[in-house]
Unconditional design. Structure first.
Length: 500
């Protein structure tokens, strides 16, 4: 029986009224399991109105009140993490352990939000002039919105709304319509934790809903994670409408392997970082740059490991990788493998013909490994977002670094070496926002900030951490002068303040 996913507005489920619905499939079977309401502009407006009404009281609520709700919310999320993960697996397809890891990384930001009083402390300078004090404070923006991708339907929303509401804002979330159920459960648990009605709202939809949020005058800021073309569009459109924007785009993350590296560790890292979550993550390693002297051995080790990965339904505990999100995406990923062969790459592993017995209609694809890939091939230039790893070769460190820095993307990168001096040079010279040294997926912990450079980020602020707090608040400087009660009125002084 097909279930229905509706909106969550003003603290309750609101049935879709647009008459437009989207289909959600189980990626392991290809069967349609859910229909999701796609919001009209009016329905988006209703969610913004609910958030605006809630902001009147939530925006001035005490830090103690906010953190009490967040602590209860953290406990509920922890208790229900298996349920959240099960929804992710059912609609996204990733294996249960990956889904649990996603929930854990989202919980990190909820924990950061629980400590918001320390993050919102201002600054005070006393006696900058005679009886004059200056204070810097941070205040919430109002109603803010988040537009999130299909690949992390719980984690990325939790990178946004817990910190936003901890800062005193109210939130409208537009999750991916491909796997919408986790977002509704997150909102229901927030209500159970005592979050007032309207502080967190969820509207499902497609481009109609997105454009309505970008244009709505009641939305002060927009957070986005997705592909680079859409991130650029979000940034341009929302900025033109006077909104603050953080738009995180796509990636082509490189891993540079130097001759002194532990090749077994590097091969392990490459396989987990390239093929984990079926490669559907913006921090996946999609390009290994190996120096010539170790390239053949490294490719052999990667192949040996990749051939052992068990692919199957995400709900099967023995599966190590699940299917892709949709059949259309599966076919697009496969086209890069066949295209790479035509463009001169050596296809070491070809996963395009893979299927799973008993689940033949699922969105299956095996692991593909492409060697001697050229920088002008489509498989290298585009963000494939699937289990395809490209290997490029370089003669020297300098050549490898130049290759990486020539990429239009600058999300994450890694170097594998035993040489501290080489690692230090790399972390200073590489043009990327997140760098790993013998760490293949350098996603920062919650109290640091996540974000890339170049075409991987549009806007000035990274997500969560200190940047997240600054994005969801705005600074105000207050200068005060109080006469001493024992002194008579000093009269009018038309001169400049005497600070010196």
């Amino acid at each position: 029986m097909t279930k229905t996913v509706n909106h969550w507005i003003g603290g309750k489920t609101v049935e879709g009224a647009s008459g437009t619905w989207g289909e959600v499939t189980d990626p392991a079977t290809g069967a349609v399991t859910t229909r999701v309401a796609l919001a009209s502009a009016d329905e988006v407006g209703a969610a913004v109105a609910a958030a605006k009404e809630a902001y009147a009281t939530w925006g001035t609520s005490s830090l103690a009140q906010r953190t009490a709700v967040l602590f209860r919310y953290r406990a509920l999320l922890d208790a229900r993490r298996d349920d959240i993960a099960a929804l992710i697996t059912a609609e996204h397809g990733k294996v249960h352990s990956d889904a649990l890891g996603e929930v854990a990384r989202g919980l990190e930001i909820v924990e950061l939000a629980c400590g918001i009083p320390g993050q919102l402390k201002g600054e005070l300078s006393t006696q900058v002039s005679n009886r004059v004090d200056v204070a810097s404070i941070r205040q919430p923006l109002g109603v803010v919105a988040g537009i999130t991708p299909f690949n992390f339907p719980a984690m990325v929303p939790m990178w946004m709304f817990p910190l936003a509401i901890a800062c005193g804002n109210t939130f409208v979330l537009k999750p991916s319509e491909k796997d919408p159920s986790a977002a509704n459960l997150l909102a229901e648990l927030a209500a159970e934790a005592g979050l007032p009605d309207g502080v967190l709202n969820v509207v499902h939809g497609d481009k109609v809903a997105v454009d309505a949020l970008l244009a709505h005058p009641g939305v002060a800021a927009v957070s986005f994670v997705g592909s680079t073309p859409i991130a650029r569009y979000i940034h341009t459109t929302a900025s033109a409408n006077g909104k603050r924007v953080q738009a995180l785009g796509g990636a082509k993350n490189h891993m540079l392997v130097l001759p002194d590296a532990d090749l077994d560790a590097a091969a392990d890292a490459a396989v987990s970082a390239a093929y984990g979550s079926a490669g559907e993550r913006c921090m996946a390693i999609s390009a290994v740059v190996a120096l010539d002297s170790v390239a053949d051995e490294l490719v052999a080790k990667i192949r040996e490991r990749a051939e052992k990965i068990k692919i199957g339904p995400g709900a099967d505990p023995s599966s190590e990788m699940g299917p892709l999100i949709t059949r259309a995406h599966r076919d697009k990923v496969a086209s890069y493998v066949t295209g790479a062969a035509a463009q001169g790459a050596e296809v070491v592993l070809d996963g395009t013909g893979y299927t799973v017995e008993g689940y033949e209609e699922g969105h299956w694809i095996g692991l593909s490994l492409l060697d001697r890939v050229s920088t002008d091939s489509d498989a290298y230039r585009d963000e494939i977002f699937g289990p395809v790893l490209c290997v490029l070769r370089a003669a020297t460190y300098e050549e490898g670094l130049a290759l990486i820095n020539a990429s239009p993307y600058g999300n994450g990168t890694a170097v594998f070496t035993r040489d501290g001096g080489a690692a230090r040079r790399f972390q200073l010279e590489v043009e990327a926002g997140m760098v790993g040294v013998n760490v293949p997926i350098p996603v920062p912990v919650g109290y640091h900030s996540f974000g890339g450079w170049k075409d991987s980020l549009f806007g000035d602020h990274h997500i969560y951490g200190n940047d997240g707090v600054h994005f969801y608040t705005r600074g105000k400087v207050v200068t005060t002068r109080w006469p001493d009660p024992s002194e008579p009125h000093a009269g009018v002084d038309l001169g400049f303040p005497r600070n010196h």
